[in-house]
Write a protein that binds this ligand. Sequence first.
Ligand SMILES: Nc1nc2c(c(=O)[nH]1)N[C@H]1C(S)=C(S)[C@@H](COP(=O)(O)OP(=O)(O)OC[C@H]3O[C@@H](n4cnc5c(=O)[nH]c(N)nc54)[C@H](O)[C@@H]3O)O[C@H]1N2
Ligand SMILES: Nc1nc2c(c(=O)[nH]1)N[C@H]1C(S)=C(S)[C@@H](COP(=O)(O)OP(=O)(O)OC[C@H]3O[C@@H](n4cnc5c(=O)[nH]c(N)nc54)[C@H](O)[C@@H]3O)O[C@H]1N2
Ligand SMILES: [Mo]
Length: 706
Amino acid sequence: MESRDRLRAKLPGADTGITLKNSVCDICAPGPHCGVTCYVKDGEIIKVEGTDAHPVNHGKLCARGLAARDYVYRKDRVKTPLRRVGPKGAGEFEPVSWDEALGEIAERLQDLKGRYGASSVAFYSGYNKWYRPFLQRLAYSFGSVNYGSESSACFTSTILSWRCATGAETVRPDLGRAGVFLGFCANPGISGYLMNSGLRKNRQRGMKVIIVDPRITPASEDCDLHLRIRPGADGALALCLGRELIRNDWIDRAYIRDNVYGFEEYAAYAETFTPEYTAELTGLRPEDIRLAARIVGENGPLAINPSNASLVHFKNGMQNHRAVMALCALTGSYDRPGGMIPTPLTYAHSMGGFETLEPEFSTETYPKDGPVPVGCERFPLWGELIGEMQACDLHRAVLTGEPYPIRALCAHGMNFRMFPDSPKMAEALSKLEFFVDMDLFLTDSAKYADIVLPACSSLERGEFKVFGGGNAQYTSAVIPPLYESRRDDDVILELARRLRVEDPLLLGDRDDCIRYMLRKTPIDLAALKAAPDMPHKIQGLRMTAVGDHGFGTPTGKFELYSTVIAALDAPGLDPLPTYRPSEDDGNMAEYPLILSTGIRIPGGLHSRLHDTPAARSLRKEAMADMSAEDAARLGVGKGDRIRITTSSGSVTVSANPTVTIPAGMVSLYHGYREADANSLLSWDHRDPYSGFPGYRCIRCRVEKEA
Ligand SMILES: Nc1nc2c(c(=O)[nH]1)N[C@H]1C(S)=C(S)[C@@H](COP(=O)(O)OP(=O)(O)OC[C@H]3O[C@@H](n4cnc5c(=O)[nH]c(N)nc54)[C@H](O)[C@@H]3O)O[C@H]1N2
Ligand SMILES: Nc1nc2c(c(=O)[nH]1)N[C@H]1C(S)=C(S)[C@@H](COP(=O)(O)OP(=O)(O)OC[C@H]3O[C@@H](n4cnc5c(=O)[nH]c(N)nc54)[C@H](O)[C@@H]3O)O[C@H]1N2
Ligand SMILES: [Mo]
């Protein structure tokens, strides 16, 4: 082939000047962070594909990862540090040097600390996890208790419920040995494609799969039983399944005797959830519920869905999740082969299968004499077991001064559109005395900032990562940071120096900090850095064997009756996984439909891909899926403009009538500038245990626009 054709085909070689470099795609959650191979010519990435030999994705990439090049070269990248010169939100800035920007930030933060106390400054991280230990430690070393993140609305409620039940924080299904997979809210084909192949492969070997999902999805089309539950009724179904397992003696009595606390109380409560009563609550048929119980009872060990953000995005979400987890206790499937295996978050929210001292690094400088972090007083269980600022309460603190005023915000990746009642969060950003936001893009949130700092992407930096099975990698940059962008951790460390925090680690070197976190592992950072292209299996790691994890609860058992919740004695919090309705207070006659916001779409990753052309091309318009029946009743056809109204507001989007959604349900993805789902959500529609917003169950009405 001629060089010209080889160039057109983007083939690497000396004649084409194209070289290959490996890195990771960090557009989505750090768990997957798939290996990518970048084709680089003249310092520019011209193509991105999955790395064949990478142990996580084996050459595969999803629609988001395939848009990585477009993401990096988005037109709205922040190019230099910026200082606001116009009104807040208007997006008028002047470029300033890094030195000026960081100098001004340090000066303003010190001034606010002097006047109002360090905790009047909140530190916040959006979806990105990779720099979080540094940011959290900076907040605490600066003296503020108010470090929080988007995890206040993502999956930390599942951590909270596992901590309550067993003391573990994250738990993974041992799919390779499971007899049955009970997938509440499981649609991994769209939200986490790597788990999808695990489900398929194990179903072929005989594992039974039950999918509980109101919608027809790729996962529900490839399962043994699909239960199309009413949104938010999962707790009732789980309690009824527990009842049926107990009545049919499909439970592990020896395991329960030795390892479970509160079985009798739980059994008495679950007994009230007869299949007939549960059918009324869930919209399912009693015989289907009985069949599900039989499939679980006869096919152990039981594995459940570990990524349950959509299960906990309800007003009753954490309790629903606890009710599902209880089935693992009844069947003796916790910390047992084929069941749910406790697995620590190893580093930056990734599970390597081993422990590091990241939690110690992140929290050891926590200020001893500070106030209670924002949101922890209102959500005492969150305060007790998580202890970080419940970030969904941030706008309350700014706008009402409750529990005390937050005056300044130091944010990495702020996006007001993820917060319940997002216009309130935007208003809060406009009321701050000082607001810094570091982001790749000049987002609508960044436009409220006094100083905007340009961040680089994962392809422009080297980074320490861990992967499942005891693998670790220290990537190197594929291209240098674009424009004047920098990596977040460098900026955090530089700010620590300028704030003169009394913290030798933060005043030192990034790798020394990482080594400090890894000091009880045999990981050699220098060796990893010398071979950055691929993850390496770490030899000599200590991993806890299945069955040996024990229980970190006060009773030393799997607590079906939570002694932690009982000891809080907080009004409205029940020690048993009790079931409550999930709807908001909207009145049924006025708002007859249920709006579920945020069900994942292939080309969307919160707000960050809506302005990325390759990903956006998969769903060009903000579009709401609704049932074909409801659409016919309202005279709505595909592409017609519809207005969705809740007691909090309304948005106009195009309609997508589909048979995959049940009658009565409407689904809208979040993060759209032109149709912000979270402007439809009342600030107070929240789970009292976790403080999580009820994103997935909001009463609404739909009207066709003239
Ligand atoms: N493409 C894509 N992937 C993503 C993300 C993204 O934005 N886009 N976000 C990532 C993040 S941050 C997270 S937290 C995860 C979330 O991951 P998931 O929770 O897996 O994602 P969802 O698609 O929101 O929900 C899964 C399924 O739950 C169903 N469901 C909705 N309501 C109910 C209900 O009341 N009961 C039951 N049983 N099922 C219900 C939905 O119909 C959907 O098919 O996804 C991650 N992966
Ligand atoms: N209605 C509704 N709302 C939801 C959800 C839902 O299902 N429904 N899901 C919730 C869930 S599970 C989640 S996880 C949240 C996510 O919500 P967010 O955290 O708000 O997610 P993003 O839109 O990705 O915004 C993060 C910002 O970080 C920026 N960014 C990306 N990489 C970097 C980096 O390396 N450094 C810096 N400094 N910035 C970077 C991005 O450009 C983006 O502007 O949304 C929640 N909100
Ligand atoms: Mo999330």
